[in-house]
Design a protein around this ligand. Structure first.
Ligand SMILES: Cc1ncc(COP(=O)(O)O)c(C=O)c1O
Length: 410
């Protein structure tokens, strides 16, 4: 496990005068906090002996039923018996990796991919092989070719890790036609899919996308989370897995923590049972849509023309690409000095790629702050381009390994 080189900078970046476009923190202030407070207090006074007791390794049965209801919104038809409640989907990722990976095994992942997953894969000494992605998600041809090349070389592929909807960090979504292709390619090759979907219900237009798991219950382990649709502080996520994998997940869960907190599981259960949770998701979607719009408009108005970026249809992130000769990690200290922060691209790859890229998040700052942050960042990039044009490109530092910027930045 390697601490990020940029951690120290982010300590500075959390000062109030800095506009942080770095963090991936949901805007929990938009929750009805009084109601949540009442619900939690009620839980202790009325159901304290259960809420404050150990629970089962698989998770509270009633909450697992409710989770199935949530997943139905993405076309998933599953039984509570196949769900394991975990400490956020991050723990589900850890348990899945622990179950499947021996050192040197291959995990396929989009390039770029979620930094927290790359950190977990690296901790278990998996070898991550990236699959090309464009603005429609994973490129199926790249997936097929990579699987073929690895199989020919005798490398054991354990699973494909993918975030098909509103991806972290790229903000892109796998289109419908490609979903079927990805399922077919993996099924033919006997490669399990781990579908990580914390942002699926946070789309800005239309109905939620159909999950990969909806069309292949046996070939997909689905990871879900209440961190983005309710609050990450409860640390309630889940895995939905085929029976054999589910059994191992429960054993791994028990060995890791005995059981999840009964208290937070029952609190989430009570929230789902008594509050208009679908309306709350709508509130979040509207709030994030406004912030996404603010960011895209500011980027369009202020960024030098050589900079490009993705246009997310949901979720939290925009992925920007700098012109040739610029290095986002080298720019970060200057950006922080100008009171704006982002996450450099290299942390989202396990092979040193991403030097010209950066993740910009719009989930936390208010629209005016987003516009101001983009204005500051555009100024820094403009200066970098001028320096490049005057002095040529400096050597960019090589970087191999995974940066883990910390939970608030994941
Ligand atoms: C793609 C992805 N997966 C998993 C997680 C972990 O979320 P949690 O453990 O809070 O459910 C995150 C958090 O940002 C994420 O972006």
């Amino acid at each position: 496990m390697v601490a990020s080189e940029v951690r120290a900078l982010f300590a500075v970046a959390s000062r109030p005068e800095v506009v942080s476009l770095a963090g991936g923190m949901p805007y929990v202030t938009a929750l009805p906090l009084d109601m949540v407070g009442e619900l939690v207090s009620d839980l202790v006074t009325r159901r304290g002996p259960v809420a404050l007791q150990y629970g089962s390794g698989q998770g509270d049965p009633h909450l697992r039923e409710q989770i199935c209801e949530v997943m139905r919104m993405e076309g998933i038809n599953a039984g509570a018996n196949d769900v394991v409640v975990t400490v956020g989907s991050q723990q589900a990722l850890d348990l899945i990796t622990r179950i499947f990976i021996d050192p040197g095994d291959v995990v396929l992942a989009e390039g770029p991919s979620y930094v927290g997953a790359l950190g977990t894969f690296s901790a278990y000494q998996a070898k991550v092989v990236h699959i090309a992605m464009d603005d429609q998600g994973i490129v199926p041809e790249s997936l097929a070719q990579t699987i073929y090349a690895l199989e020919t070389a005798g490398a054991p592929i354990k699973f494909l890790y993918t975030i098909p909807t509103f991806q972290n960090p790229a903000g892109v979504t796998l289109n419908v036609a490609r979903r079927q292709q990805v399922l077919d390619i993996c099924q033919r090759a006997g490669v399990l899919i781990v579908e990580d979907n914390p942002y699926g219900l946070l789309g800005f237009d239309g109905e939620p996308m159909r999950a990969l798991r909806a069309d292949n219950p046996e070939g997909v382990v689905y990871l879900g989370s209440f961190s983005k649709t309710l609050a990450p502080g409860f640390r309630v996520g889940w895995a939905l897995a085929p029976h054999a994998v589910r059994d191992k997940l429960v054993l791994a869960m028990e060995s890791a923590v005995l059981s999840h907190s009964s208290f937070t599981q029952l609190a989430v259960g009570a929230y789902l049972a008594t509050q208009p949770w679908q309306e709350q998701i709508k509130t979040f979607r509207e709030l994030y849509r406004e912030r996404r719009d603010a960011m895209l408009e500011a980027l369009g108005a202020l960024m030098p023309p050589e900079v490009t970026w993705t246009r997310p249809g949901g979720g939290f992130f925009v992925w920007a690409t700098l012109p040739e000769g610029l290095d986002s990690k080298a720019i970060l200290p200057r950006a922080v000095a100008e009171r704006v922060a982002f996450v450099p691209g290299t942390g989202f790859f396990s092979d040193g790629s991403g030097a010209r890229q950066m993740r910009l998040s719009y989930c936390y700052p208010e629209p005016d702050r987003i516009r101001e942050g983009v204005r500051r960042l555009a100024g820094v990039i403009e200066q970098e381009i001028q320096l490049r044009d005057t002095f040529g490109t400096g050597s960019t530092r090589g970087h191999i390994g995974v940066d883990t910027p910390g939970p608030d930045l994941a």
